[in-house]
Write a protein that binds this ligand. Structure first.
Ligand code: AMP
Length: 354
């Protein structure tokens, strides 16, 4: 294994939100400088060494940014192809373009998952007659835009064929896929990492509850049989290896009577992995930084039971009350403006030893 980047090296982070902020702090803990690229505003820039405030269409700014960094990573997946080309041809990028290109497009992502033998919801690209498409997937179904969807955005539910036209119109002509509805009991996710030497480490799966399409809580341990926990970790390892991946990856899964079904993958640190800050010696942010800078992966075993709760919009007003509760760790993102549906911070509540 090659040596890790020397202390004082610069890690570029594309995206300046809360994930970038926590990655920048992890970079600092390993002796590195973080350089954020973000059109703005950038809560990550508050804790970083440098900030390039420019758009993803400013290829000169991207090139200078890349030249100033020793390695580059990202906190969000919707990086335009031209920007990626400039970055990846200048400076090492982890995870690499293949991981991004796979997860940026729901159709490519689903085909990749099926190709490596994993189960997904029944799906079909939306093209031609929508009724034929929905005959393939069955109803109820969900139409999802192939790109740029997050937190349930760019989605329209179709309960029966009669709703097909209206659901299609809601997507305003964006390329989309249809997915058959999965009758799941719970949603879980597994956060796992692969190092530059090919070693893999996974955190325990967490159980996720969403509210208004946004993650509300993640609880570890997930209340699922041990065999499913093992399956979740094996699925994540399979994906990491198939993509020859370097860094942390999030895999969202549905728990069904027929086993685990992969919903989607996120080639980055993930909101449902924030509990690791209070539950593990090495959290997902340090693990990601270790992977991209060539350190050995850390110990991801869980020493505590934790409930992570997102502070969304006005929830932030509860932060000072929560701060006095036993076992509560507070993480605020420093966002100047509170808006409905905006992730303002999160807490990790330690509920006992593992
Ligand atoms: P996504 O943006 O794909 O993660 O979808 C957001 C949420 O919609 C998921 O967390 C699920 O609660 C729900 N969902 C997405 N796809 C399906 C599906 N095929 N069947 C049932 N529920 C789904």
């Amino acid at each position: 294994m090659s040596d890790p980047l020397p202390a004082g090296s610069t890690v570029g982070i594309l995206g300046g939100g809360q994930l970038g902020r926590m990655l920048a702090m992890a970079a600092a803990n390993l002796g590195y400088r973080a350089h954020i690229f973000e059109p703005g505003p950038a809560p990550a820039a508050d804790v970083a060494h440098a900030w390039t405030q420019a758009g993803y269409d400013d290829l000169d700014a991207l090139r200078s940014f890349a030249q100033a960094c020793d390695v580059i990573t990202f906190e969000f997946e919707n990086i335009p192809a031209d920007a990626l080309h400039v970055i990846a041809s200048t400076t090492p990028l982890f995870p690499d373009r293949r991981a991004l290109e796979t997860s940026q497009d729901r159709l490519i992502e689903k085909a990749f998952l099926r190709d490596i033998g994993l189960k997904t919801a029944p799906y079909a690209p939306v093209s031609g007659d929508i009724h034929d498409v929905l005959t393939t997937t069955g109803t109820p179904a969900i139409l999802k835009t192939r790109r740029f969807g997050y937190d349930g955005k760019g989605q329209a539910r179709v309960m029966d064929m009669g709703e097909a036209g209206a659901a299609l119109a809601a997507l305003e002509g964006a390329p989309a896929i249809a997915e058959g509805f999965v009758d799941f009991s719970t949603e879980i996710s597994v956060i796992a990492a692969r190092g530059q030497d090919g070693s893999v480490a996974a955190f325990d799966p967490g159980e996720n509850v969403h509210k208004d399409g946004i993650l509300d809580t993640t609880t570890v341990p997930a209340a699922i049989p041990a065999s499913l926990r093992t399956d979740a970790v094996l699925i994540a390892s399979q994906i990491l290896t198939a993509l020859d991946y370097v860094g942390v990856l999030g895999v969202e899964l549905f728990v069904t009577p027929a086993g685990l079904i992969v919903n989607e993958i996120a080639p980055r640190v993930h909101n449902s992995g924030h509990w690791t800050q209070a539950g593990c010696a090495v959290d997902q942010f340090e693990q990601h930084m270790r992977a991209v800078t060539g350190w050995p992966l850390g110990d991801g075993s869980r020493h505590a039971n934790v409930v992570m709760e997102n502070l969304i919009g006005e929830d932030i007003a509860r932060a000072s009350n929560l701060a006095s509760e036993p076992g509560v760790q507070i993480h605020l993102y420093g966002k100047a403006e509170t808006r409905q549906g905006r992730k303002m911070g999160h807490i990790n509540r330690v509920t006992g030893p593992a």
